[in-house]
Design a protein around this ligand. Structure first.
Ligand SMILES: *Cc1c(COP(=O)(O)O)cnc(C)c1O
Length: 426
């Protein structure tokens, strides 16, 4: 058994941690078998507890866009830690990261740091409600905005793989204020806004979806949403927890050329430490405490270690924008290779990609929304996932997750990955 130590560690973890993991998607529920325990990571590679090297395609679900244990980020954290790890008082580095982020991202003047993407989205919606005086929000089936109550309605990602999409513990009262639309279906959104005229505070969307595989928004859909929100006085929230500082320096707003009213961040903005953030123009953000009445707080928010990791990461991305082009080219190379090899196998498949996000779906229908994503053949996916893992390739352990490429991946790594798929019988 090649994963002996991982399996033993998992058995021990299950005695003390529900399901043996601290976030459900890690548990391999969608693909079967025991999860791999990581000992360390460097660049494009994970080193597992059984002494194997794996080529990593999840990058901690996005943050490690420059590869693992990236020198400038590690040094920044280590140096900062020597000076104290938390004060509960303001520090200059919070302003430095805020200034940098506001400079990189279009259409935002102020940014508030929190500790996770969940907190960012939860707080953004509270602010949208407090600002607009309206209660309802629209979200899209299969989009994930973290695990706060309002969002666990057809939530994509681990919520689809493991729990019920509408989680027990979420009250009817909360659920009734979350209206559900289908991704890429502008007409559906128009019907919802017409039926709830004047009651909708915000529409929240993953501008490129990554929690039902990678799903690209149709141009008319995303531009139509923008126009509809402007006409109906609804705030458009781009959940850029995945796409922010990944698809371009300015995230999906820049990559798609569409303006959001509010933006949420997580993942890359923390450089691998727990950071989330939400941002908007000065007028909207002025409603947030202590400037305004909408309450939001956090003991460890703006934590110096987290800020130093984020600052080192965003500084690299800001000063070397060629990273985004390079990642785009690498991901296109992988996409073309996977496509070439899968075409020979005589099974239905789709490959979706935007920038450095990509997903493979074993279905013959184009994957444009949650319903089409759910049509993928999961038996084939399991064989694919485990077959690649045996050859040292770590893919997301669910068809509802996107790959996140990192800049440390070499063309040799990508070609090894393509060759591994070529060697598989699915
Ligand atoms: C990961 C993710 C979140 C939640 O972020 P956490 O840091 O896991 O709480 C929210 N929205 C999107 C789009 C995500 O991918």
């Amino acid at each position: 058994m090649i994963y002996q130590r991982s399996s033993a560690l998992f058995a021990e973890a299950k005695k003390y941690i529900p399901g043996g993991v601290n976030s459900p998607v890690r548990a391999f529920g969608a693909v079967g078998g025991d999860p791999i325990f990581v000992k360390s990571a460097k660049g494009a590679y994970l080193y597992d507890e059984d002494g194997r090297q794996l080529i990593d395609y999840i990058a901690s679900w996005g943050p490690m866009i420059l590869g693992h244990a990236y020198g400038p980020v590690v040094n920044a954290v280590v140096e900062k830690a020597k000076k104290g790890t938390s004060f509960g008082m303001p520090t200059e580095i919070e302003t430095e990261l805020a200034r940098l982020a506001v400079g990189m991202v279009p259409n935002i003047d102020r940014i508030r740091f929190v500790n996770s993407g969940t907190e960012a989205c939860m707080s953004a919606v509270r602010l949208a409600r407090g600002y607009s005086g309206k209660d309802k929000i629209i979200k899209f089936a299969g989009c994930y905005h973290g695990h706060s109550d309002s969002f666990l309605i057809q939530a994509g990602s681990g919520a689809v793989t493991f729990g019920s999409p509408n989680s027990p513990g979420v009250t009817q009262g909360t659920a009734k204020d979350t209206l559900l639309a289908d991704y890429n279906d502008l007409e559906g959104v128009k019907k919802l806004t017409a039926a709830n005229k004047g009651e909708i505070a915000a529409i929240i969307i993953e501008p490129v979806a990554g929690n039902m595989g990678c799903i690209v928004p149709e141009k008319l859909f995303i531009e139509g949403l923008r126009q509809l929100c402007t006409e109906e006085n609804i705030l458009l929230i781009f959940d850029e927890v995945m796409t922010g500082f990944r698809l371009a320096r300015g995230g999906a707003q820049e990559a798609l050329g569409v303006k959001a009213d509010m933006v949420t961040f997580g993942k890359v903005i923390g450089g691998g430490l727990p950071v989330g953030a939400f941002a908007a123009n000065a007028e909207i953000m002025a409603h947030l405490a202590p400037e305004g009445p909408v309450y939001q707080a956090g003991t460890l928010s703006g934590n110096p270690l987290a800020m130093s990791a984020g600052l080192a990461m965003l500084t690299e991305l800001n000063e070397r924008p060629e990273i985004f082009d390079r990642l785009e080219k690498k991901t296109a190379h992988l996409e073309n290779g996977l496509d070439r090899v899968l075409a020979k196998k005589g099974i239905p498949y789709q490959i979706n990609r935007f920038g450095s996000m990509l997903s493979v779906h074993f279905t013959d229908v184009p994957v444009v929304d949650f319903a089409s994503s759910a049509k993928g053949n999961n038996d084939t996916f399991k064989r694919y996932f485990h077959g690649m893992l045996e050859q040292g390739i770590y893919l997301p352990p669910s068809a509802f997750e996107s790959y996140f490429l990192n800049d440390a991946l070499s063309y040799d790594d990508l070609d090894r990955t393509i060759a591994a798929l070529d060697a598989l019988s699915l």
